[in-house]
Design a protein around this ligand. Sequence first.
Ligand code: ACO
Length: 430
Amino acid sequence: MENPHDTIQLSCKGRCFDFPLVEGSEGEQAIDIKTLRARTGLITLDPGYANTGSCTSSITFMDGERGILRYRGIPIQELAQQASFKETAFLLIHGSLPTRDELTQFSEQLTDYSPVHENMRLFFQNFPPNAHPMGILSSMVNSLRSFYPEIANEDEEIKVTVTRLISKIRTLAAMSYKISMGYQVIYPRPDLSYCANFLHMMFDSTVRPYELKEEVVHALRVIWILHADHEQNCSTSAVRLVGSARVNLYAAISSGITALWGPLHGGANQAVIEMLEAIRKGGGDCRSFVERAKNPNDSFRLMGFGHRVYKTYDPRAVIMKEVCHKLLGALGRSDALLDIARELEATALEDEYFISRNLYPNIDFYTGIAFRAMGIPTNMFPVMFAIGRLPGWIAQWLESIRDPHWKLSRPRQIYTGPKETAYTPIDQRV
Ligand code: ACO
C-alpha cells in the first residue's frame, strides 16, 4: 500500500517535510498525514470531510467519476442480477460469497433469531401514535443490548450477535408497523427468503392473507442489495465514529440509523415522495420547483438529486429506474408521481444549473416510488433503507474493531471564538 519512494513534500515556515503517498488497490491515492501535527504543529481543515480518508477498507469500492460500485470486488450490477440479499449480506460481512452449507446455516439462524423479547412490545405500545418509525427503530435497536447478552470479542459470539441483529431488525420494522395499525404481529416462515418474509410479516394477516408477488419480492431484493453498503457515507461514518469509543454493536448501529434518518441522507426517499406530492398538488408544474432549487436565496433542494461522491449518474439509480418501471408494469399500476418524477428528471437534466454542478438523480429518486407501489407507508421508507444498509454497517464496524491500529475518532478544529476573556459578574453585565 505504501510506496517508500513516493512522497509528497510540504513546505512550511522555511522547512520541508515529506509525507508518504498511499495507494489503494484501484489506484486511488492519498497523502498519509498521521505525523503532520507532531512534526509541523499543523492540522488539516476539511469541513464535511470531502477530502479526508478516515480509514482504509477492503469492503466496498466506489468511483464517483466513473459511476462504479462494487462490494468485495463484485460489481453491483452482477449482484443485483444474480445474488440474494442474504448472500450479499454474507459477502459484505464475511468477505466472500457463502458456500451452500454456509448459506443454509445463515438462513436457518435468521429464522431462529427472528422473535424479539415479548417485553419489547411494551416499548412499541408506549410511543406516541405519530412517532417517526426511524426514531422508534434506533431506540429499539439500542435497547436490544439490554435484552441480549453483552458481546464478547470472540468470533463465534460476534457472528451470533451480527446474525441476530440482521434477523431482528426485520422483525422490529414489521412489528412497528403492525402495532401502529393495531394488527397482530406476524413472525417469519422458514420457507421464505429474507425479502419475501419481510413482506409476509408486514402485510399478512389472519383476516386477509397476503399474496406474495414475485415482482415485488424481486424489487425489494434489488433495493436492499443496492443499499447494502456505500463505503464511508454519513451513517457508516457515524457507526465507525461512535464505535471507536468502544460502544457495543447495537449502540453503534443505532447511531447509524439516526444519521440515516436525515433528509440529506436516507430520509431523502421519504422527502422525494413528499416533494413529488407537493408538485402534483400544485398542478404538476415541475419547472417552478426546478427554479426554486436553483435560487440561492431559497433553501429548497431537489430531493433525490445530487450526491457527495457521484459526479455522474448514480449506478444504483440506473438499475432502480428500470426496476421501478417493471414493478409498476407488473402490478398493472400507474402512478402519477412516477410521471412527475420522469418530467422533473428530464427538466433538471437539461438545465445548465444541474449540468454544470453534475447533479443527477440518486437512488432515492426511484426507491420511494417502488416502496409506494409495494404498499409501504411513506414514513417507513427510511426504515427500508436502514434494513438494507445494516450488513454494510456491520461489515464496517467489524473491520474497524479488527484493525490493530483502531483509534478513538477525535477530529480537531480551528477555533474562531473570542480570545481569553475575564468573567463578568451578573450585576455588571449590560
Ligand atoms: N438541488 C439543488 N441544488 C443542489 C442539490 C439539489 N439536490 N444538490 C446540490 N446542489 C447544489 C448546491 O446548492 C451547490 O450549489 P453552489 O455550488 O451554487 O453552492 C452545489 O450543488 C454543490 O452542492 P453541495 O451541497 O456542496 O454538495 P454536497 O456534495 O455537499 O451535497 C447532497 C450532496 C447533500 C446529497 C446534496 O446533493 C443534496 O442535498 N441532495 C438532496 C438530498 C438527497 O437527495 N440526498 C440523498 C443523497 S444519496 C444518499 O444518501 C443515499
